[in-house]
Design a protein around this ligand. Structure first.
Ligand code: AMP
Ligand code: MG
Length: 495
């Protein structure tokens, strides 16, 4: 393997390795047989203070497949546990390795992680590998989330390994380089609480505060404040997911990051036709993680976080529980506020003023549900009544509701202009529609044809942009819902 001789700007820290030694295992990624780079995110590299332009393609392929490690790297796999579909399990990075924490210009740390880079001590029965198909999927959707301004892990590169991976059929293997502001999960706290001495849990608390909530450093109630802050971030995140029709699909506690970023793109998908019970995950038969259940699940997961934090909240377990409960009990009200305020913005209303505004949102959703309307296009229709938008509600009820919303918009401090600005910044013109995502992935992963993948990716990077008259073709095509709704579309975990 060619060793990259130049330093593209790595400024690796290893702060996680100051935590209790059981929190991680030193492990090297497995070298790939004959790696090649298939995707690379120049914009993200620049944001991280990295410049790979002097590296040859062979060096880049070796680097991003985990086959040739930078001298500065000290790779680890992280230990964590988690509640999966409600059941506690020991987990950990079974197919991921943290290369290092890149210190960005400006000082913030970002985890640079390889996903699909081979077995680790936490692999259990798994092969530690990932398919090209699912790594391309994570790249596309995570970058689309970033485009939508929804906090998310990012994707820096995908490299094929040149090896085959078996998942009901043969697939090409690949490694994704994922970038996150950390990978501290609710499940990380569960692990420390369940298996490590009390000091290790406290260290993790302090570490999380240093990394994500420095404003709490001087707090006299760090654990409670962390719970409160993590809850606020989750409320904001889930509001944003739901406002774009996003369904994470596997909100196990190990897949919920304290940073408030979306992580672990397995069975996630965006819905076309609106139905709050929608979930696409093949293993979610009980619809635990359906679109409309996401706030309740977030609250449940935060309850698990609270449980892990109890000994740090108060030495008296009853007092600790009471204090945690008080915070958790404010979830519903905070979520309602967050939800209606974002929905008002989607309707072009600057500020929620009472039940009338709440009613407008509820009525809008009721109509979409009754008519199984297209989630994205229904909101776009409100802005411009464009006849070519497919799948929008029809009938007198909808016309009357639109009329009411438009009248309400005139009461904005900035009137109609503000309404337009709000709708254009909160209602995406395009989302990653399942049928288009599948087309892009199938052509790229199975036919080596990346043209549509790149076309879609570049549109998804600026999803709020309205099309110029001259480019109506492609962009209008991308707004078209699939003919049969989502049919029996299914997505899969951990592939
Ligand atoms: P996920 O569904 O991706 O959140 O993964 C759940 C757990 O299974 C995590 O501990 C993963 O590291 C582990 N896992 C998923 N796929 C594999 C694999 N192919 N090999 C080893 N571990 C895996
Ligand atoms: Mg996971």
């Amino acid at each position: 393997m060619p060793e990259p001789t130049l330093n593209p700007g790595w400024n690796f820290q290893t702060t996680y390795q100051n935590l209790h030694p059981m929190m991680f295992s030193q492990v090297k990624p497995q070298p790939a047989e004959s790696p090649s780079l298939v995707l690379f995110n120049d914009g993200l590299a620049a944001e991280l203070g990295l410049d790979f332009s002097e590296l040859s393609s062979a060096e880049k392929a070796a680097l991003f497949s985990g086959s040739a490690l930078p001298d500065q790297a000290s790779p680890i796999a992280q230990a964590y546990a988690g509640h999966q579909f409600g059941q506690f399990t020991m987990l950990g990075d079974g197919r991921a390795v943290l290369l290092g924490e890149q210190k960005k210009p400006g000082g913030q740390l970002f985890d640079i992680q390889f996903k699909g880079s081979g077995r680790t001590p936490y692999s259990r029965g798994g092969d530690g590998r990932a398919t090209l198909y699912s790594m391309l999927r994570e790249y596309l959707i995570s970058e689309a989330m970033h485009g939508l301004q929804i906090p998310s892990s990012r994707s820096l590169a995908v490299a094929e390994t040149g090896e085959q991976v078996y998942r009901t059929r043969m697939h090409k293997g690949a490694v994704l380089t994922r970038v996150s502001s950390s990978h501290i999960r609710v499940g990380t706290f569960e692990f420390a609480r369940r298996f490590l001495p009390a000091e290790a849990l406290e260290q993790l608390l302090n570490y999380t505060i240093d990394r994500h909530f420095p404003e709490l450093t001087e707090s006299s109630q760090k654990a409670l404040d962390l719970l409160r802050s993590a809850m606020a971030l989750q409320i904001s995140l889930i509001t944003k997911w739901m406002s774009a029709g996003f369904i994470h699909g596997v909100m196990n506690t190990d897949n919920m990051a304290l940073s408030g970023e979306t992580i672990d793109y397995g069975p996630c998908a965006f819905m076309n036709r609106f139905n709050p019970k929608t979930t696409f995950s093949s293993i979610d038969a009980g619809r635990r993680y359906a679109w409309g259940n996401q706030p309740g699940i977030a609250k449940w997961n935060l309850g698990v976080l609270a449980g892990a934090l109890l000994p740090l909240i108060d030495a008296d377990p009853e007092k600790a529980k009471d204090s945690a409960r008080e915070i958790l009990e404010s979830f519903d009200e905070q979520f309602q506020q967050s939800w209606y305020s974002r929905m008002a913005a989607k309707l072009g209303i600057a500020e929620v003023k009472g039940d009338g505004d709440i009613g407008l949102t509820d009525d809008f959703f009721k109509l979409m549900q009754q008519q199984e309307s297209d989630f994205t296009n229904s909101f776009l229709y409100l802005e411009n009544s464009a006849e070519w938008l497919e799948g929008v509600p029809s009938g007198d009820g909808f016309t009357a509701l639109i009329q009411k919303i438009r009248e309400r918009q005139l009461q904005n401090p900035g009137g109609e202009a503000q309404a337009r600005q709000l709708m254009q910044s909160h209602n995406p013109f395009i989302i990653p529609r399942n049928h288009q995502v599948e087309k892009a992935l199938t052509e790229a992963a199975f036919k080596d044809d990346y043209r549509f993948f790149h076309e879609l990716l570049s549109e998804l990077k600026q999803p709020y942009r309205r099309p110029e008259a001259s480019e109506a073709g492609l962009r209008r095509n991308l707004t078209a819902p699939p003919e049969d709704g989502d049919g029996d579309y299914r997505t899969f975990c951990g592939t």
